[in-house]
Design a protein around this ligand. Sequence first.
Ligand SMILES: [Zn+2]
Length: 54
Amino acid sequence: MRTAEWQCTKCGVTNRKLVAPDQNRVEDQCVSCRTRHIVERDARPVFWHATPTP
Ligand SMILES: [Zn+2]
């Protein structure tokens, strides 16, 4: 497992989630405001790109 970090688009908090090594996309919920995001692997290995779910 590895750690994916992503920044909440709503409140700006940095979240962390454990993902499998072959996983490039995951759904997660902000620990602070509970907004759900789709989190996708970006060019940077640790910091992932987050998009709020509709
Ligand atoms: Zn948030």
